[in-house]
Ligand binder design. Structure first.
Ligand code: ME8
Length: 507
């Protein structure tokens, strides 16, 4: 069975920001880790191009929705590349194959009797592309997320009989308490279901930018139905002439933030049941990146541009920072100062220097050849269970936990180097064996943590492992002492050099 992991598909109504980069990197870290374990991985990301969020933004800009989508989709694709993401496919919901597959699946849902024509009356947020209950509004009938005043709408819509899936969803949640992680989000989804489900709009007749409803072309599908189905349709055409659904459906895990929990945790499984398709095995819901205590979002304008961060600190530093600074699953603030601090104290001083010092000592005291010690170094014991622990974290999508566990070993190696003081041992010819053991222990330790850090820091770790002449990245290679010794070490430049910042212009 393959390992199939997805990000949400992002709206092309604006340019990508750090929030989008965040989920994309998390999923890439997972995908890279699972490949290290020999899993058959498929990693999907892409853009959500239909519906009101895009149509309205295009109108404001005096463009057609398609022009806006064609302008912004490549920016998301570029972002994915700059982040070092190893996605297997990039879906655009304007792809004709997606449109055709959505029509085919929803026609099946219609034919099976899950759809009827009715009238929608109520509040609608065009930015969320979501119908709101009175209870979800904030003062002045405004959207709680976008803070914009909403209009009451009355429109003929096709409805999806969500209420029919009340019991099947209760059963799903009852039988699979870890279907949604973390537990707080599972409870939230469950209580939404427990309040009783109402049927929901499946189509819109006031909008033309969408997938036409095949049985009634006056309507287009409500964008969320079109969007959610991307996870399925992508597999039908991602590989030319090869349908990947056999190999990868159902998804192993969908990763998303809590803003779109209800769509994924309630509507999506009901839709799959209606279409008679197996359900994803798990959803992982992460929190928000905040700037000055507010959710970073394009409508609030408080966004960090991931391209700028990468230009300054590099891709690895961004990938690392986000999961160190904010525990994956919770909310947390990020800031340019925070980047600077973690870069210097952790990447440059703790990891980069550890590697440089270990290699420099091998060069100075042993002519660049890592010694083969007679006895295993004492530090080997600290690595016992490490790879298993990291795998356990990743099995639960605990990306920060996996990083923390590995980083403790980076710190332990620094501490051990201080305790053993190889620079002192080098002065005493009688301590030559001991020095051999310590040098080997340090280099082997750096190698093992580098294998485990590879999903987070692909560029730096691969450069270092090349220099060590030990480029293996598998989980077997993440054991202390695995694969024997080293040869002569190649020289290499510092992994995380000091950042030369442009001085702030004088006021
Ligand atoms: O909702 N913190 O698209 P979207 C953390 N098209 N993650 C954030 C974030 C933040 N401040 N801001 C954005 C949509 N994200 C739909 C999805 S899926 C079938 C359709 C990330 O462009 C996070 O993953 O608004 C969030 O769920 C997603 O971007 C929303 O992206």
């Amino acid at each position: 069975m393959g390992y199939y992991v997805t990000t949400p598909i992002y709206y092309v109504n604006a340019e990508p920001h750090l929030g989008h980069a965040y989920t994309t990197i998390a999923v890439d870290v997972l995908a890279r880790h699972m490949r290290q374990r020999g899993e058959d991985v498929f990693f999907l990301t892409g853009t959500d191009e239909h519906g009101e969020p895009v149509a309205q933004a295009a109108e404001r800009l005096g463009m057609t929705p398609r022009e806006l989508a064609d302008k912004n989709a490549p920016r998301f694709r570029d972002m994915v590349g700059r982040l070092g993401a190893t996605n297997d496919f990039f879906i655009r919901t304007s792809d004709p194959q997606h449109v055709e597959a959505v029509q085919r699946i929803l026609q099946r849902v219609y034919d099976a009797g899950h759809v009827y024509l009715g009238t929608y009356e109520g509040w609608y947020c065009p930015r969320c592309a979501d119908f709101k209950t009175e209870g979800e509004l904030i003062e002045g009938n405004r959207c709680a997320i976008h803070k914009i005043a909403l209009e009451r709408e009355r429109e003929e819509n096709y409805f999806f009989r969500l209420s029919e899936f009340q019991e099947p969803l209760e059963r799903l949640y009852g039988e699979q308490p870890e279907w949604v992680l973390p537990a707080g989000r599972y409870n939230e989804a469950r209580s939404f279901i427990d309040q009783g489900l109402n049927d929901i709009s499946l189509s819109r007749s006031s909008l033309t930018w969408g997938v036409p409803v095949p049985w009634d072309e006056r309507h287009v599908f409500y964008v969320w139905f079109d969007a959610l189905l991307n996870y399925y349709t992508a597999l039908t055409y991602a590989a030319d002439g090869d349908d990947l659904t056999e190999r990868f459906w159902p998804p192993t895990v969908h990763v998303l933030a809590k803003d779109i929990l209800k769509f994924h945790a309630v509507i999506w499984p009901a839709l799959l049941m209606a279409a008679d398709l197996p359900l994803p095995r798990r959803l992982f819901i992460h929190g928000y990146l905040l700037m000055d205590e507010e959710k970073m979002s394009k409508s609030l304008g408080n966004v960090i541009d991931p391209f700028e961060v990468i230009d300054l600190y590099g891709t690895d530093a961004l990938r690392f920072y986000l999961f160190r600074e904010v525990s994956f699953g919770g909310d947390g603030s990020v800031s340019p100062e925070g980047f600077e601090t973690r870069y210097t104290t952790e990447l440059a001083n703790e990891y980069g220097n550890l590697a440089s010092r270990a290699l420099a000592m091998v060069a100075r005291y042993r002519d660049g050849v890592v010694p083969e010690p007679d006895a295993a170094p004492a530090i080997a014991g600290d690595f016992e269970g490490l790879a298993e622990g990291v795998c356990d974290h990743f099995d639960r999508v605990d990306v920060s936990g996996a990083l923390d566990e590995t980083w403790q070993l980076v710190r332990r190696l620094n501490q051990w180097a201080q305790e053993e003081a190889p620079w002192q041992l080098a002065k005493d010819p009688a301590a030559a064996d001991r020095l051999d053991t310590v040098l080997y222990g340090l280099v082997e330790g750096v190698r093992v943590v580098s294998v485990l850090l590879n999903p987070f820091l692909p560029e730096a770790t691969e450069r270092l492992l090349e220099a060590l002449g030990r480029p293996e990245l598998t989980m077997e290679a993440a054991r202390f002492g695995a694969g024997g010794g080293f040869g002569e070490i190649a020289g290499f430049s510092p992994l995380f050099p000091k950042i030369e910042r442009q001085p702030e212009p004088a006021a």
